[in-house]
Structures are given as structure tokens and as C-alpha cells.
Design a protein around this ligand. Structure first.
Ligand code: AHM
Ligand code: MG
Length: 333
């Protein structure tokens, strides 16, 4: 019987191929994987833990926090702050960046995460996930706010963990995209989806249609053309999916192609979109590009945006290359 390659084995083999690698990133990712196993277990116990529902508090984005938003944030912070691999963290659920406590060594990386993406789905038992992005920091020194304000193109690594029918981790370190499934019996992620690629064409789109009247004209034009199907200018019938969990949508796109859009709209002109650049759009954009897809705001490549704040929002259009290019061309028109 052949034994499947574990996540740790995969990472160590990748590290050996790089002459200057120290193993720090491997150890950090193993710690992140362990935190996500704990989150997977917590989420899977559902109502039995009494942790479903609202916490009655708001995060910096003005969104009501679920109890599990706070619990999963604490799991990530507790798992990572002591390791010596990080000089600071950013979480969707915490207003300021998170400093490493004084007693722990400061490492050469920065971790940015959304501990529970799609948490509006948690009470209805649908797929949620953890998204993370790793940037370079300065070893031995406490991070400052400016240290985090790097473009997505500078990410060392990006990944997400999906808590669905199976728990999966999707990861890129800039050498393609690989998917690992959690073997619940032995508690290890194993490589099940090597070299994931996104088909260049698709007939499936993901967007929250209820916001149609608020979208900008290029997005309305694109979706309206898809909706016209065989009789319209595209000449083909499209399918639609909207899980309201970006992790689930991006995983589906990595599996069979598609386009995901959460664009800027006129509901609240003070916000440029809903999704956050540094721990949602950038890591997902890096993964999608590494799998051969594209990721744009409609006007610029997401990975080239120079951030001005850690909780900045951006419009997101990502997925199959030819469809994203089409939406971008409608913006240029
Ligand atoms: P969250 O990080 O607070 O869960 O919000 C992000 C989520 C995405 O996963 C998803 O694409 C989007 O919000 C859904 O938004 P909506 O409920 O407006 O359709
Ligand atoms: Mg999120």
C-alpha cells in the first residue's frame, strides 16, 4: 500500500530544493496547519459546543462578530505568537496589528489572516474557512504598522483551509498550488491535489445577484450578457453559484474554473468593495494567479496595490483568465 505524502513531508522536500532555505517557513506553516486542525474540530462540533450565534460585538469593519469569529481568532493567535517565527500578526477580527508578547523571540515573518471567512454561514452549517498570507518581516525586531503595508506580489506564501465535507488546505509558496486533505483519523494533511490549475474558460459565475442595482456598469454589462445565455452576445448558457463563502467559491474555481466577483457598488460609497485586501484578496489573488487564473479590481491587478491600511477593502474579480480579462476590458471601455 502506498502511503500518501504528508503536508510536512511535502514542505520539507520543497525546502530542500531551495539552497538558502532555513526551514523557518516550513515550521511556521506546520503551526498554522495545527491551528487550523483545531479550528476544524471546533467548527465541526457545531451547536454541541454552545459556540454558534452572535458574540454581540462588532469588529473594526463594523460587522457583528460571531462567537466563532472570536474563538477562531484566539486559536490562531495562541498557536502562532510563541513560535519565534513571527514579528507580528494582523487579523480581520482585531483593530490594530497584533504584537508578539515580550517574552517570545521575534521571527522573520508576518502572518495576516481571516480566522473564519464566510462566518455568516456558520449557523446554517455551510462551508467556512481560514485564509492566511505570509509576508517578510525583520527577525529580532517588533513589527511596526508600516512593515505590513506590502503589496500582494511580495507575499512569501498564501493559503486557505476549507472546513467543508472534508477539511482541505490549499497552499502556494510561489511554485504552483497544491491541495491537501485532512486525514481526520491520523490528524495529518495529505497531498491529494498536486499542481492545481484553473481552466482559462468557464461558463460559471459567482456574484451576489441581489446587489445588481448597485453594481457599476461594466459588472452589470458582463453579468447581463451571461444571463442572456445562448440568445445573447456570448452565445452560451452560463450557470451561477453563490455560497457567500469566498473560500468555497475559490476552491470551486480551482477545481472546475469560474469567475468570482465582489465589486465596488453604490450601497456605501465610502467603502471600495466588501472584501479586505491584505488577508482576503491578496492571498486568494496569489493562489489564483499561481494556478493560472487572474485577479483584478477591474482597473488594476490586485497584487500590485500598495496598501494604505491593514483593513483596506478592494473590489475583487478573480478566476478563469479569459473571463477576468473580459470584465477588465469592460472597465476599460
Ligand atoms: P467575512 O470575512 O466577514 O465572512 O466576509 C467575507 C464574505 C466572503 O467570504 C463572501 O464572498 C462574502 O463575504 C459574502 O458577502 P454577502 O453576504 O454580501 O453575499
Ligand atoms: Mg472573510
Amino acid at each position: 500500500m502506498s502511503i500518501q505524502k504528508t503536508f510536512t513531508q511535502f514542505m520539507i522536500e520543497q525546502q530542500r530544493a531551495l539552497p538558502n532555505a532555513t526551514g523557518d517557513l516550513t515550521l511556521l506553516l506546520v503551526d498554522i496547519a495545527n491551528a487550523c486542525k483545531r479550528i476544524s474540530h471546533t467548527v465541526s462540533r457545531g451547536a454541541m459546543t454552545g459556540m454558534l450565534g452572535s458574540a454581540g460585538t462588532e469588529n473594526v469593519q463594523g460587522e457583528t462578530q460571531k462567537k466563532l469569529d472570536i474563538i477562531t481568532n484566539d486559536i490562531m493567535v495562541d498557536a502562532l505568537e510563541w513560535t519565534g517565527h513571527l514579528s507580528g500578526m494582523v487579523s480581520e477580527e482585531v483593530d490594530d496589528f497584533i504584537a508578539i508578547p515580550e517574552q517570545y523571540p521575534k521571527g522573520k515573518y508576518l502572518a495576516l489572516f481571516d480566522p473564519l471567512d464566510g462566518s455568516s454561514n456558520i449557523d446554517v452549517n455551510l462551508t467556512v474557512g481560514t485564509i492566511f498570507s505570509i509576508l517578510s518581516g525583520t527577525e529580532g525586531v517588533d513589527a511596526t504598522l508600516e512593515d505590513f503595508l506590502q503589496t500582494g506580489a511580495e507575499q512569501v506564501c498564501a493559503g486557505f483551509v476549507l472546513y467543508g465535507p472534508s477539511t482541505m488546505m490549499i497552499l502556494t509558496t510561489g511554485q504552483g498550488v497544491n491541495g491537501f486533505t485532512l486525514d481526520q483519523d491520523v490528524g495529518e494533511f495529505v497531498l491529494t491535489h498536486p499542481n492545481m490549475t484553473i481552466p482559462e474558460d468557464t461558463k460559471e459565475f459567482s456574484i451576489n445577484m441581489s446587489n445588481h442595482r448597485f453594481w457599476e456598469t461594466p459588472v452589470q454589462r458582463y453579468i447581463d450578457e451571461c444571463m442572456q445565455g445562448e440568445e445573447g452576445p456570448r452565445g452560451i448558457n452560463f450557470n451561477m453559484r453563490w455560497v457567500a463563502s469566498m473560500v468555497a467559491e475559490v476552491y470551486r474555481i480551482l477545481t472546475r474554473g469560474g469567475i468570482f466577483i465582489y465589486s465596488q457598488d453604490t450601497r456605501d460609497t465610502s467603502k471600495s468593495g466588501k472584501l479586505r485586501l491584505m488577508y482576503e484578496a491578496n492571498p486568494m489573488g496569489y493562489i489564483v494567479e499561481q494556478a493560472g487564473g487572474q485577479c483584478s479590481t477591474g482597473r488594476e491587478r490586485i497584487l500590485e496595490i500598495v496598501p494604505d491600511s491593514i483593513h483596506q477593502r478592494v473590489p475583487v474579480i478573480l478566476g478563469s483568465k479569459n473571463e477576468v480579462e473580459r470584465v477588465v476590458s469592460y472597465h476599460l471601455d
